[in-house]
Design a protein. Structure first.
Length: 320
């Protein structure tokens, strides 16, 4: 990897952010983490000790941001209210964090000479357009406040590039999974919830008929996409899908996790969630051709590795 001298990772105590921090540190990069610990945890980064600088604070705090971005070459903006259904329940709060917070991160970056900002966008921006797989140039039809907020972030990134010359790259992650994904809330990612249920021998709930599909990508592959986005010249000013192109239905996902866990339980079916997308699968031709990115981890092996983490009492999700 080309070296990054100093990076700020917003949301760096969270699931994806903490894996990114690990890789940056392993590559000899100086790392600052800004996180308000609303859904992230100190224990995700505690093992790094004083090899990183951790600042507990909020991305909406412009004064604080101006201090922490000073001297940073790259900003990886991961902090967000992440749940689609939570944004449906409380659109004002998710708007404040996901929209205003993102503008504050971009503004502090351009004022303080940051070279490039990598934005965690989402496949949610595609919404319910029935054409599959999703390519970056398709029409965007957000279905939830969260999706609108991620799309707004992309527009801001583009405008900051044109107005202020700030390099930005937007990565539309599909559904990310792996160790450290926190299963403790009903708004957590579905694989973390299913792993928790399987490990505890509890019955899972499926929203809808379970026929909705997702493209799940392993967290370490998402980290590699971020590092390419930060270091490749060809990435500047662009939007990329980050997925695998492989799709699975949610009911089949439960059966697969149940099989790997040696539990056989029929799920309970509840009505579909408002704002939920039915189908989602990525076309990753653009990022493959432009940045040479390919996912390394297959879904089944990724689930086996993740399950091992959930079962390991010395790692695993901590009880609150
Ligand atoms: P996460 O909840 O584990 O991480 C988000 C982090 O941001 C947490 O550590 C949280 O404490 C922090 N945070 C939230 N609000 C903050 C604020 N106001 N100020 C400072 N810190 C704040 O979730 P994640 O899955 O790691 O998501 C990381 C990013 O990736 C998010 O931007 C999310 O929208 C995006 N994303 C995630 C997925 C996925 O499947 N997990 C898919 C697409 C996009
Ligand atoms: C997820 C991410 C979102 C990201 C998007 C990209 C989380 C919490 N959300 O949203 O940040 O932008 O991917 O595609 O990481 N489901 C059940 N039972 C459960 C939980 C979920 O049936 O107990 C269903 C949901 O209704 C949905 C699917 O599983 O149909 C996936 O849900 P979820 O993991 O919350 O992800 P997304 O909503 O796709």
């Amino acid at each position: 990897m080309k070296k990054i001298s100093h990076a700020l990772v917003t949301g760096g105590a969270g699931f994806i952010g903490s894996h990114l921090v690990d890789e940056l540190v392993a590559n000899g990069c100086r790392v600052t983490v800004l996180d308000n610990l609303s859904t992230g945890h100190r224990h995700n980064i505690d093992h790094l000790g004083d090899r990183i600088e951790f600042i507990e604070g909020d991305i909406r705090d412009a004064g604080l941001l101006n201090q922490v971005v000073k001297g940073c070459e790259v900003v990886f903006h991961q902090a967000a209210v992440v749940s689609v259904s939570l944004s449906v329940r409380d659109p004002s709060h998710s708007c404040e964090v996901n929209d205003l917070g993102t503008v504050r991160v971009l503004d502090a970056s351009r004022r303080n000479g940051v070279r490039r900002v990598i934005m965690a966008s989402s496949s949610a921006v595609y919404g319910d357009d029935p054409r599959m797989p999703k390519t970056e140039d398709m029409a965007l039809k957000p279905l939830s406040p969260y999706a609108v907020q991620k799309l707004t972030g992309e527009f801001y990134a583009s405008v900051f590039g044109e107005l202020y010359g700030l390099e930005t790259v937007c990565l539309r992650y599909f559904n990310v999974f792996g160790p450290r994904q926190d299963p403790s809330s009903p708004y957590s990612g579905v694989i973390s919830i299913f792993m928790n249920k399987a490990t505890a021998g509890e019955v899972p709930t499926i929203f809808g008929d379970g026929g909705q599909s997702r493209d799940f990508i392993y967290v370490k592959d998402v980290v590699r996409a971020n590092l390419l986005a930060a270091t490749e010249t060809a990435a500047a000013g662009r939007v990329f899908n980050v997925g695998t192109g492989v799709v699975i239905r949610i009911l089949d996902l439960w059966k697969l996790i149940g099989g790997l866990s040696n539990v056989q339980m029929d799920p309970v079916f509840d009505p579909p969630r408002a704002g939920d997308i039915r189908e989602s699968v990525s076309d990753i031709g653009r990022i493959r051709q432009s940045l040479g990115f390919r996912p390394h981890m297959a879904l089944r092996q990724g689930l086996i590795d993740t399950l091992a983490w959930y079962r390991n009492p010395s790692q695993g999700p901590r009880k609150k």
